[in-house]
Design a protein around this ligand. Structure first.
Ligand SMILES: C[S@@+](CC[C@H](N)C(=O)[O-])C[C@H]1O[C@@H](n2cnc3c(N)ncnc32)[C@H](O)[C@@H]1O
Length: 201
């Protein structure tokens, strides 16, 4: 189930500026206008447009923000976030599947937004590989974090990457959650609707 909420006009402008079809495979491009998730390979999807609109409206991204996009997949959300921050901001996409990180990075690069980038998930260059690196702690703190895969519990590692006054929108156990962190580190969590997502791994 999903709920339709009023879309922020800035989010509508981002949707108009960043067509979804540039972030789909050749065979799925003809379905770009359909309001449903579309496969991008590796068992993953380009998210349903209504869901992305709702998440970005809740995220309330402002010009100049530093933003983390966890699960950048096709690169579409990274590009939408880049439109919302504008060139004064910085958007870091991170993707677990290396092939998708590469493909999503190419899709994104075709738009010429040098304040946006996508990198594969993992430890920073030069550090040993290991499990459990979530997000991009080396680039924290972030003003906003968007997570497009569902966590079983709210991940403290991502809450830690939010700066004071920061906000994260993340699906947790079937509910979309809005996580606000204030300047003294107090964290407030609001659950706003039921959504289905691929799992955060
Ligand atoms: C719904 S899909 C892609 C949505 C994407 N924002 C888009 O617009 O195409 C979610 C993505 O999250 C990725 N993912 C899952 N767990 C992750 C993690 N721990 N770190 C980074 N990416 C992850 C998956 O590989 C998948 O590509």
């Amino acid at each position: 189930m999903k709920s339709q909420r009023a879309t922020d006009p800035r989010v509508s402008a981002a949707f108009a500026a960043i067509p979804r079809k540039g972030f789909l495979t050749d065979s799925e491009r003809r379905y770009a206008d359909k309001d449903r998730p579309l496969p991008i390979g590796h068992g993953q999807t380009n998210s349903q447009p209504t869901t992305v609109r709702n998440m970005l409206t809740l995220l309330d991204v402002r010009s100049g923000h530093r933003v983390l996009d966890v699960g950048s997949g096709s690169g579409w959300t990274t590009a939408l976030l880049g439109h919302l921050t504008g060139p004064a901001g910085r958007v870091y996409g991170v993707e677990l599947v290396p092939d998708l990180a590469e493909w999503g990075g190419r899709n994104l690069a075709s738009l010429g937004m040098p304040w946006t980038s996508i990198q594969p998930a993992g430890p920073p260059a030069g550090q040993p590989a290991g499990d459990g690196v979530l997000g991009l702690p080396e680039h924290a703190p972030f003003d906003r974090i968007l997570v497009s895969a569902e966590a079983r519990k709210l991940p403290p590692a991502l809450v830690d990457q939010l700066g004071g006054g920061g906000r994260m929108v993340i699906p947790v156990a079937g509910r979309l959650s809005v996580v606000d962190r204030d300047a003294d580190g107090t964290v407030d969590v609001r659950r706003v609707g039921h959504y289905a997502f691929v799992p955060l791994r």
